[in-house]
Ligand binder design. Structure first.
Ligand SMILES: NC(=O)C1=CN([C@@H]2O[C@H](COP(=O)(O)OP(=O)(O)OC[C@H]3O[C@@H](n4cnc5c(N)ncnc54)[C@H](OP(=O)(O)O)[C@@H]3O)[C@@H](O)[C@H]2O)C=CC1
Ligand SMILES: O=C(O)C1=NCCCC1
Length: 341
């Protein structure tokens, strides 16, 4: 670890950050195996520049754990019916340990049937989705993930929030290059980015949200205090958000974004919803050239003038972190250390 007081930055390696986060999770009641999974996930977000779901989330994880809303030591229960559809009850724990409890089984089923579904319920997802899907594509599979969150998005033309920010992530392998991965909220902006803008005193771009009276606003504080977010792309994004409610909640047995009551749990921030994975073996239909075809369409996209592909920025950040370490502001580093006390 190197400290640079002048620039008020502390540089840590991925392993150092993971270790620190693991100790924080354990300090606040997460079991050791679950802490290892959550710490790696959160450190990966920070390393890749997914700042809305990196260490920014640690105070929220801690306040949620301390509120008793989530069980950090939950042991997920896998319900294997022997087919392509696997269900997991996260037992009111975080989603990622529930995911890892069934991940290997899911890959076996995808190899057997060509497709597999993993439906997780009674789970808390507080992170980005790309860390869940990218490794499937590194193994040659195609993966889709859907998560619903807490009510803060107004349906298109509606008058009150109903949906969560409900992200969708997708990963597909490419030939001789990292997988193509996108991961996006179906809201115009992730709630985490609204919180960061509020903290930094920045206005948002136009079209992200409304105030408590339904009037458009660029002020993140007005959106967070009684206002709401809009879906991306008008009725189209709103329909995607609705689809995510159906896939991640109705299909898994989880709650819709507005269906849980956490009012008694002061400090609770993790939505208790559901997550669905659909994983496909592309060799079943890709004529043996699936990876080449994915690379081809990605290259054509750039040739057609798109400045970059989704995932490019994140991978550049990952490379920079590997070269230079992960730079944390001294204030953020102190915040992390304070969570060990
Ligand atoms: N757990 C939960 O309930 C929730 C989690 N989230 C998470 O929040 C994170 C941020 O979501 P969101 O704010 O929508 O993400 P962004 O809008 O920042 O990015 C969405 C996707 O678009 C890509 N992208 C961004 N700009 C461009 C561009 N100019 N050209 C091409 N591609 C581009 C990104 O790639 P790149 O990363 O390379 O920039 C990324 O794959 C996600 O990881 C999501 O999973 C969001 C909502 C709820
Ligand atoms: O940024 C968001 O939007 C969310 N992230 C974590 C879970 C709640 C919503």
């Amino acid at each position: 670890m190197t400290e640079n007081r002048q620039d008020e930055v502390v540089v840590v390696s991925f392993d150092e950050l993971t270790d620190l986060l693991e100790r924080i999770f354990i300090r606040h009641g997460v079991s050791a195996p679950n802490a290892a999974i959550l710490a790696r996930n959160c450190a990966a977000c920070q390393r890749d520049g997914s700042h809305s779901h990196g260490i920014f989330r640690i105070p929220g994880y801690v306040s949620t754990l301390n509120s008793g809303w989530v069980d950090g030591a939950a042991v997920p229960v896998v319900d294997d019916t022997g087919g392509a559809y696997i269900r997991v009850d996260a037992k009111n724990g975080f989603t990622q340990p529930a995911f890892f409890a069934a991940r290997d089984l899911l890959v076996d089923r995808v190899k057997e049937h060509g497709i597999g579904l993993l439906a997780i319920r009674r789970s808390h997802h507080f992170s980005a989705l790309w860390p869940d899907v990218e490794p499937f594509a590194e193994e040659g599979l195609v993966a889709l993930a859907f998560v619903n969150s807490m009510t803060c998005v107004v349906p298109h033309g509606g008058t009150r929030p109903l949906y969560g920010t409900n992200p969708i992530a997708f990963a597909a392998p490419r030939k001789d290059e990292p997988p193509f991965v996108f991961d996006l909220a179906t809201s115009a902006i992730a709630n985490g980015d609204v919180q960061i803008a509020a903290r930094e005193g920045r206005l948002l771009p136009e079209g992200m949200g409304v105030d408590k009276d339904g009037k458009p606003t660029r002020d993140p504080k007005e959106i967070l205090n009684g206002g709401a977010l809009l879906a991306f792309g008008g009725h189209k994004g709103s329909t995607f958000a609705l689809m995510v409610e159906i896939l991640a909640a109705a299909l898994t047995g989880g709650f819709f974004s507005g269906e849980f009551d956490w009012s008694e749990f002061k400090g609770a921030q993790t939505p208790k919803t559901g997550q669905l994975f659909i994983v496909i073996d592309p060799e079943r239909g890709g004529n043996g050239v699936f990876r080449e075809r994915v690379s081809e369409i990605c290259a054509l996209t750039v040739e057609a003038g798109q400045s970059r592909l989704p995932g490019d920025r994140r991978l550049l950040e990952r490379q920079r972190s590997a070269r230079e370490g992960i730079a944390l502001s001294a204030a953020d580093h102190a915040m992390l250390l304070s969570k060990l006390a």
